[in-house]
Write a protein that binds this ligand. Sequence first.
Ligand code: RNT
Ligand code: ZN
Length: 421
Amino acid sequence: MSESRYEYAKHRYASIGVDTDAAINALSELKISLHCWQGDDVGGFENSGSLSGGIAATGNYPGKARNAVELMNDIDKVLSLVPGKHKLNIHAIYAITGGEKVARNKLEPKHFEKWVDFAKQRGLGLDINPTLFSHPLAADSLTLSSPDEKVRRFWIEHCKAMRRVGEYFGRELGITCVNNIWIPDGYKDLPADRLGPRRRLKDSLDEIFEEKIDKQYLVDTVESKLFGIGLESYTVGSHEFYMNYAAKNKLICLLDNGHFHATELVSDKIPSMLLFSEIIPLHITRDVRWDSDHAVLFDDEIKEIAKEIVRCNALDRVYLGLDYFDASINRIAAWVTGMRNVQKALLYALLMPHAQLKQLQDKGDFSRLLVVSEELKFYPFADVWERFCSKHNVPSSKKWFDSVVQYEKDVLPKRITIKKC
Ligand code: RNT
Ligand code: ZN
């Protein structure tokens, strides 16, 4: 990109009191947790059958990663096209056990050593999730709230085991690991008892979090949901359940913006949550009519989420993570699009004169607030984005996609036979 375009943009933004260099520097510091599960449609390496738990990856685009080596190669490709240094989000089903079958309640740090090596070599942080779906003991979509004590116990043990894996990630990498618990538990039809399952979930969580782990290494989060496919009438881990549980137990609520009513916006929840919680972790997705898990766009809601983070001065209090799994398009393109769009939204928000806009609101000058906000949309944002990409030596605009197309031609067609990890 020509220097003069950036210089012009810098000048335009400076005229409204915005420092583009400072915005680029602030964005360069922000880590996004890249979800490993976009690479193989939440398959994992257990070969335990199909995805279950009220979630679904739709599409059958060729070339999905079939083992750890392929998934790691794809992640490298993604990281080469995304500016900055980030984190990688791993699910328990991505344990690398060298062919040995290890029950989920018996997983140990050693089963994730290869991920730690991978992260160390690339300067990444790691996050972790227990996997409470796609398993025979979750076949009826009841795990931590199951009335079957054997089933409940298995999942409690699994969650405990994964907290230890998370602690190991934090210790080894010197970057705090976020351990997020999401369960599918719920019912398709109207339940006869809404309290019982929630009471059992509460008891399970109490047990899981009994072991105190240094917050420097591990931060525990709980993720609510509204409904799942086949679980439309009742979700045990609702937002109210987890907000209250987290508040009472000094835990953290994770907000997935695909997990609320269609007109309910996570952007509006952020400032409220920030008043009561030190940290807000996010699963950023695009919900199209339901929790559809489409790749994130540079759309109004993602911009609004970014604005709230920036204007609440909470860049260091919000953990950004992606969560979608689109199998209908090139999976690497889906990954990169989402990562870059989150960064674009943050840059967009960093390039706004928030103090002035707040003043207009407080003065009641809503005409000017409206006009200035609309004018801002035509500032040369794209030139600042190009500068950010070139600073981090990653291709800007459509050039990154050319390189994905090349990778698709060179690498993906070889993935025809089943290989073991
Ligand atoms: C499901 C939740 C959950 C999962 C991942 C794979 O609705 O959003 O976060 O998507 O754990
Ligand atoms: Zn999620």
